[in-house]
Design a protein around this ligand. Structure first.
Ligand code: PRP
Length: 183
């Protein structure tokens, strides 16, 4: 359990509790372990939003795995995607011939993941699968085929557990909805 047991003043309500996140990650980890049995995995975590999800999910996947990070940004400090995806930090190692699992915190417009996917496919991995914590289909502009999804959510502005509001609130242990006056 985390030591943050109060509701932050900017949060309207908790959408997904810490316990629900933990439970779902256990299930996802089991499924991924089963699906990749006998294979080595290259986990590609998309920073910054997926840092907590990656840390928890990779520990629930019982496979030999390498972990690499890519930092991309399309929002900056804005609450709407700019549509321009910038790679701020590329992977440290080659993924050619590897079984890649992309870990992302949220699909909103889908622009970030579709850009990342296109880029990583040019590097000729053996396979690429996608695992997202939250899928928000209401805002989709670019379809992305998701292999593992934690939660499908509505059109709310969510923060916490890695997701930010102008850079803040990533450290909340739950996923919450931001009050309209702070959006
Ligand atoms: C957020 C989030 C996803 C992306 C999803 O990243 O972490 O990567 O937006 O939105 P989309 O589907 O509309 O592209 P952001 O650019 O805010 O960077 P961050 O991960 O550093 O917060």
């Amino acid at each position: 359990m985390s030591n943050i047991d109060y509701l932050d003043y900017r949060i309207d309500k908790v959408l997904i509790t810490e316990e629900q996140i933990k439970e779902r990650i256990k299930e996802l980890g089991k499924q991924i372990t089963k699906d990749f049995k006998g294979k080595e995995l290259t986990v590609v975590s998309i920073l910054r939003g997926s840092f907590l999800f990656t840390a928890d999910l990779c520990r629930s996947i019982d496979l030999d795995q390498k972990l690499d990070f890519m930092a991309v940004s399309s929002y900056g400090n804005a609450t709407k995607s700019s549509g321009v995806v910038k790679v701020e930090k590329d992977l440290a190692e080659s993924i050619t011939g590897k079984n890649v699992l992309i870990i992302e915190d949220i699909i909103d417009t889908g622009l970030t993941l579709s850009h990342v996917l296109k880029l990583l496919k040019t590097r000729e991995p053996a396979s690429i699968k996608i695992c997202v914590l939250c899928n928000k289909p209401s805002n989709l502009q670019q379809h992305v085929s998701v292999d593992y999804c934690g939660f499908t959510i509505g059109d709310e502005f969510v923060v916490g557990y890695g997701l930010d509001h102008k850079g803040y609130l990533r450290n909340l242990p739950y996923i919450g909805i931001v009050k309209p006056e702070y959006q």
